[in-house]
Design a protein around this ligand. Structure first.
Ligand SMILES: Cc1ncc(COP(=O)(O)O)c(C=O)c1O
Length: 375
């Protein structure tokens, strides 16, 4: 049997990874400033993460959501404390798309309405409602296209108000910092206005923190820079540092009932242990303030790079936007300098999504390589 060929691949086969470094099967080491698409938060194979998962695996890997799982309760407690959202409630699933799918479904159950507002350049995943709210028609099959979704330009509160006034909107879903779209940010004033407008018109504000959450922006969640409280927060990626896990945090206004949401694997013992260990390391190593500090270093160091238009993003969710298309540069960074970076819908933008434990010396290697390539 062959693989269903949906991924364009770089010709590299990683076999081992530690911290911010990946080793391929030829023994070549690569600096990982992409984090496997913003997934690696506390660093590859962090010893605490490995030890916790090994211990849990020996004890018990899985049982279904039909019995008590004290790890889920512990995780809800610890996540509440770490994020400051102690009065929200936690539902666990397995991926970012699934988190958004559940968020949109819950918003529709809660309001009894069906229309969704999403934003230009958004990416929310590939399940049915999530992909319908994703601004990329090539990903939307005729089956997904049945959802009622209206796309608006980001940061235009007047346009949002006009749509919400129709009274048929169940959810406004947004990324405070767009990932796949290319690091455009929802302004803090816009986020506060969106929160107030959703409240006024009975719609649910869904903060998609799948990529920007778990400290990557220098706050636990990126929307917290604006001081808002969304109806639902979706999470995945850095949450499990590579263990597949996602979830939503649900505002206390929502009523739970048995059977409303559900999943076989969501919240299993290994997944909970992975997330607990991520929270422990974020706290022990103070990685969230570190992400905020490193942004300053990165911005200073980037100044004067030939062809650089701007540095976008926040914390360690960053983009270098140049006045040329970066695909060839990205290939040279990988094959000549052995540095992984990311791409985005914006063809001129290199995405930088390192582990939050990345060193200044590691980032220095990127800038040295860029200076060599661009001068
Ligand atoms: C903001 C955002 N939401 C949702 C998703 C989908 O997550 P997953 O690939 O885990 O389904 C992604 C993935 O890149 C994302 O960046």
């Amino acid at each position: 049997m062959e693989l269903f060929d949906v991924y364009p691949l770089y010709d590299i086969t990683p076999v081992k990874a530690e911290g911010s470094w990946i080793t391929d099967r030829e023994g070549i080491q690569y600096l990982d400033l992409y984090g496997g698409h913003a997934v690696i938060s506390i660093g590859h194979s962090h010893p605490h993460f490995v030890k916790r998962l090994q211990g849990q695996l020996q004890q018990m890997a899985f049982y279904s959501n039909s019995v008590h799982n004290p790890l889920q309760e512990q995780l809800a407690q610890n996540l509440g404390k770490a994020s400051g959202l102690e009065d929200y409630r936690l539902f666990l699933c397995n991926s970012g798309a699934e988190a958004n799918e559940n968020a949109l479904k819950l918003a529709s159950f809660h309001t009894g309405k069906a229309r969704v507002i999403a934003f230009d350049n958004s990416f929310h995943g590939r399940t049915s409602a999530a992909v319908a709210a994703t601004d990329n028609p090539t990903l939307v099959s005729p089956l997904n296209a049945g959802h009622e979704v209206t796309f608006l330009p980001l940061n235009q509160a007047g346009a949002l108000e006009k749509e919400l006034e129709a009274g048929d909107v169940c959810a406004v879903i947004l990324e405070s910092i767009q990932g796949v779209g290319g690091l455009d940010m929802a302004g803090e004033a816009f986020l506060r206005r969106a929160e107030a407008l959703c409240r006024k018109h009975g719609a649910v504000l869904i903060a998609d923190e799948v990529q920007s959450g778990f400290g990557r922006s220098g706050a636990f969640f990126a929307f917290q820079h604006a001081g808002i409280r969304p109806g639902i927060v979706s999470m995945a990626k850095g949450m499990g540092n590579g263990f597949p896990v996602g979830g939503i945090l649900v505002h206390p206004d929502f009523k739970a009932s048995h059977g409303l949401l559900g999943t076989t694997f969501g919240g299993n013992h290994l997944a909970c242990t992975a997330v607990l260990s991520v929270l422990e390391v974020l706290e022990q190593e103070q990685l969230i303030p570190r992400a905020a500090d490193l942004e300053g270093f990165f911005r200073d160091r980037a100044k004067g790079l030939p062809g650089l238009r701007q540095v976008k993003g926040r914390g360690l969710m960053l983009g270098l936007e140049f006045d040329f298309e970066v695909a060839p540069l990205r290939s040279r960074l990988i094959y000549t300098h052995h540095i992984f970076t990311g791409s985005s819908k914006n063809k001129n933008l290199l995405r930088i999504l390192p582990a939050l434990s990345v060193g200044k010396d590691d980032l220095e290697l990127l800038f040295n390589a860029l200076e060599k390539e661009l001068t």
